[in-house]
Design a protein around this ligand. Structure first.
Ligand code: NAP
Length: 320
């Protein structure tokens, strides 16, 4: 019997890469999606017929427990969340419910229904916020600077608590920003890639952005989903930082994206104060020594390769 993996957040960026990789290894993969007025399966359409889908919602405990009863997973990847930092300021309670309590609803089900299942929680570098430590690793201080980050810190501590109190094999991957052509269009990297391609084609005049000075450690989502699996296949459950160890400013990202279409970003980018975050995280840069040494994990795509992958994907979309 192949192992069964359950992925919450299957319709998101990471869910789609992770599902592909697990299916290719021969696992049975069940994806949890929530009911919407119209399905948004564009990232997983190519997996139809291989991937099993079930409906449940992080807000609804009964639906999650029913799902665990039915699927009896060996591995659970909790990727579902309200994941967009700006929305967490306008919808902090929903964010706490989905991104924080949603994980607890799942863990409560795991300990009652399938306590041998191994659980991966999608923690985030945003938890470090404006930490005095740089680069940040598993021992760095959390100074969360958004309702999203606060909800992730809560979930992160609950994973540790369930591991210690109930002996669950539950781990958190503290992943730094990871991007791809499947990133949601409201996220900065995809927004810039889309704009560069459209401006190149004369379909957009300019791009409005907020602060160009924050620095982030950007990697490729497909590399990071490999690390998630490795974390569930170690002997002892522990948390891991996953990062490239290289940081760049937002301006670096913008410049590289426009250079990928032979344009000078300064001719097309306007700053819009309305797009400034209520509290900004200045610098996130990870140190993934533990992931390298224990998991043997290394990123395969570098900053330049990632920018070009995303811009070229948008050019092809425009061309299509
Ligand atoms: P994403 O593209 O925004 O996907 C989020 C997923 O969560 C979507 O499938 C979404 O479903 C689902 N979801 C949201 N609310 C739900 C609810 N109430 N019930 C069930 N499902 C719900 O995020 P991602 O980039 O793949 O990231 C995956 C996880 O890693 C998230 O938890 C994110 O916070 C975390 N993370 C991401 C990064 C990054 O740089 N990408 C870094 C660190 C941590 P719909 O499609 O229906 O909206």
């Amino acid at each position: 019997m192949p192992k069964t993996a359950l992925i919450t957040g299957i319709t998101g960026q990471d869910g789609s890469y992770l599902a592909e990789q697990l299916l290719d290894q021969g696992l049975r993969v069940v994806g949890m999606h929530r009911r919407l007025s119209a399905p948004n399966h564009w990232r997983i359409a190519h997996l139809a017929g291989r991937l099993e889908l079930r409906s449940a919602d992080l807000h609804d405990q009964g639906s999650i427990w029913d799902l665990l009863e039915e699927v009896r997973p060996d591995e659970i990847y909790n990727l579902a969340a309200q994941s967009f930092v700006p929305t967490s300021f306008s919808q902090p309670i929903l964010t706490a419910e989905a991104t924080g309590l949603g994980l607890v609803r799942l863990l409560e089900g795991v300990r009652r229904i399938c306590p041998k299942a191994r659980v991966y929680q999608a923690s985030s570098s945003e938890m470090f916020g404006n930490s005095p430590d740089c680069p940040q690793d598993e021992d760095s201080h959390f100074v969360p600077a958004s309702p999203y980050a606060c909800a992730k810190v809560y979930a992160h501590h609950m994973v540790n608590n369930y591991r210690e109190a109930y002996g669950l094999f539950a781990v958190s991957g503290i992943l730094f920003n990871h991007e791809s052509p499947r990133r949601g269009p409201e996220f900065l990297t995809r927004k810039v890639a889309m704009a560069a391609a459209r401006i190149k084609r004369g379909e957009q005049a300019y791009l409005q952005l907020g602060d160009l000075t924050p620095r982030r450690d950007w990697g490729f989502a497909g590399d990071y989903t490999q690390a998630m699996q490795a974390m569930l296949r170690t002997e002892q459950p522990q948390d891991f930082v996953v990062a490239t160890g290289q940081d760049h400013s937002v301006q670096d990202w913008v410049q590289a994206s426009f250079e990928a279409v032979d344009l000078d970003w300064r001719d097309y980018v306007r700053q819009d104060p309305a797009l400034l975050r209520k509290s900004e995280v200045r610098r996130l840069k990870g140190r993934a020594t533990r992931a390298r040494e224990v998991l043997g994990w290394q990123p395969q795509v570098d900053f330049q390769g990632l920018v070009e992958m995303m811009v070229h994907a948008e050019l092809q979309r425009v061309d299509a």
